[in-house]
Design a protein around this ligand. Structure first.
Ligand code: GLC
Length: 541
């Protein structure tokens, strides 16, 4: 590998595996996943071939939003374990040459956090300004029209002190006021607490929300709003999020990480590409990475996805790693959205594009999750907004065919899928063409094949049915061709170009092709390509 490549920070070569701790592995038997459970499954993650783990929040929390309502930033919730167990997890992860990222939730705390308890105690408490308190609007109603992501106004009236406080999510999640100097200092110390314990960085929750308009102007209506969308989207969050001041704050946050060396900050940012890439920051080659959620949000057509990849590749600052994602604990699972066949195509796309991809736990098995019956959502978003429950993507990992899929010896907090006897790690590990085996092979190729590991991205031929692109490193060229349809498709190769299939999403072919490649329905393939006489030999499996 070239010297330039060696000099890049570790995360430009990383594949991130996102663990939702509540649902990953329960070692204690209380039906809720925990740190000891994650430690038991590190062997699995190493076998799978991922190298960086991100944990959704593990801090003490009343769990109104399942841990995204933090009541103490520098401890571990007893449901998940202890700080000593956390230290052991860091140790075990590093012993496997893997990295560990925590979820940093800086936008809001729990309403039970001692800071908020003080803040709400009186108007002249020193912590009053740590949250966003405003007088009622002229009509006695909320100070402005801002909406909560979880339904209704984002303002909650607080009778004892006669003011409203702002909450972008639940009323149990009051937003911190990052313009108050004490907040920044206290939260930066939280980062230092975990960095000193050895974490390799953070995924930062709703990073683009941290700064709000100083004048609290009303958000404008969204002309693209259609019925069926979440009511939150009726307005464009022009003044409640993505304010210009956020970038200086992020620069200061990055400096805190830099005090500890090569640590990563992954930003959760749902914004259009032109505004998203600004979050790579001004300091030359991207020090840190904002997620790109387009593969979740766009219609799954060759036209939409192909155009989005090209536009993003062009918009990325020089040296900035791409950061594609197919799923997370907030969005419908990829296999549910696209079906089993296209979920394989999507996995091949995710793991052959350049950059730092993130896999959501369970997607490597093809889990679809289980929708809660009407009225039975545990997720508060689903309780407030029927049809928007996130329970389905949070059902437990399926490890084997034993009761509750080997996730727990107790009663799982959410049920496992009824097909768990067939869809689980133990069964899929032994099936050479399973979704799990496909992921493992894709990850292996990504690690070992120089063109896939760090080759340049070249746009390939496009139709409204097939996306293709090339990864190129020196003389090594890989063609990735993905059939987005359930019909056979032909992909033309340039004249004189010869191809050898390295991997198909069906995992059943290594044929050589000239002239054209025939893709079966829902098939994607990775080919080594070149002139016939100069084709380098590649090891096939
Ligand atoms: C992020 C989290 C989501 C949470 C919200 C509020 O979007 O991913 O789970 O509900 O922030 O913290």
């Amino acid at each position: 590998m070239g010297e330039w490549y060696q000099m890049q920070p570790w995360w430009t070569r990383a594949v991130i595996y996102h663990i939702y701790p509540r649902s990953f592995m329960d070692a204690s038997g209380d039906g809720i996943g925990d740190l000891a459970g994650i430690r038991q499954r590190l062997d699995y993650l190493q076998w799978l071939g991922v190298d960086t783990i991100w944990l959704s929040p593990i801090y003490p929390s009343p769990m109104a939003d399942y841990g995204y309502d933090v009541a103490d930033y520098t401890a571990v919730d007893p449901q998940f374990g202890t700080l000593a167990e956390f230290d052991a997890l860091v140790w075990d992860t590093h012993a496997r040459h893997m990295k560990l990222l925590l979820d940093f939730v800086p936008n809001h705390t729990s309403d039970r956090h001692p800071w908020f308890i003080e803040s709400q105690s009186s108007r002249d408490n020193p912590k009053r300004e740590w949250y966003i308190w405003r007088d009622a609007g002229r009509d006695g109603g909320p100070p402005n029209n801002w909406l909560s992501n979880f339904g209704g106004s984002a303002w909650e009236w607080h009778e004892p002190t006669g003011q409203y406080y702002y909450h972008a999510f639940l009323k149990e999640q009051p937003d911190l006021n990052w313009r108050a100097p004490g907040v920044e200092a206290a939260m930066f110390d939280v980062l230092r607490f975990w960095l000193a314990r050895g974490v390799d960085g953070f995924r930062v929750d709703v990073l683009w929300h941290l700064m709000k308009d100083e004048q609290f102007r009303d958000n404008p209506p969204n002309p693209e709003y259609r019925s069926g969308m979440s009511p939150y989207r009726a307005l464009v969050a022009a003044f409640s999020a993505d304010r210009p001041e956020i970038h200086d704050l992020i620069t200061r946050m990055r400096r805190v990480l830099a005090e500890y060396g090569d640590r990563l900050m992954l930003g959760e940012i749902y914004l259009p590409i032109d505004r998203l890439v600004a979050y790579y920051g001004p300091q030359g080659p991207a020090p840190h990475v904002p997620f790109n959620f387009q593969l979740i949000q766009l219609p799954w057509t060759a036209t939409a996805i192909g155009a989005a990849i090209d536009a993003y590749e062009q918009a990325l600052p020089p040296g900035a790693p791409a950061a594609w994602v197919l799923g997370n604990h907030d969005k419908s699972r990829v296999a549910r959205r696209l079906g089993a066949g296209q979920a394989r195509v999507a996995a091949m796309l995710l793991l052959t594009l350049p950059g730092t991809p993130t896999i959501y736990n369970g997607d490597e098995l093809g889990l679809v999750g289980l929708m809660p019956p009407d009225g039975a959502s545990l997720d508060p978003k689903g309780r407030n907004l029927p049809g928007f429950s996130r329970d389905a993507e949070r059902t437990p990992m399926q490890w084997d065919g034993s009761p509750h899929a080997g996730f727990t010896a107790g009663q799982p907090w959410l049920p496992v899928q009824p097909d768990f006897a067939r869809v689980n790690v133990a069964v899929e590990r032994d099936d050479p063409s399973s979704m799990l085996s496909l992921h493992r092979r894709l990850l292996e190729l990504r690690r070992t094949d120089a063109a896939l590991a760090h080759g340049a991205y070249l746009r390939g031929d496009r139709t409204d049915r097939v996306v293709s692109f090339v990864r190129e490193h020196g003389h090594e060229r890989r063609l990735i061709a993905l059939n987005f349809t359930d019909r056979p498709e032909r992909v033309g190769l340039e004249s004189g170009v010869h191809g050898q299939v390295l991997l198909s999403t069906r995992m059943d072919r290594h044929d050589e092709v000239s002239g054209e490649l025939l893709l079966r329905p829902d098939e994607g393939a990775i080919l080594a390509i070149g002139e016939r006489r100069r084709m380098p030999r590649v090891a096939l499996r």
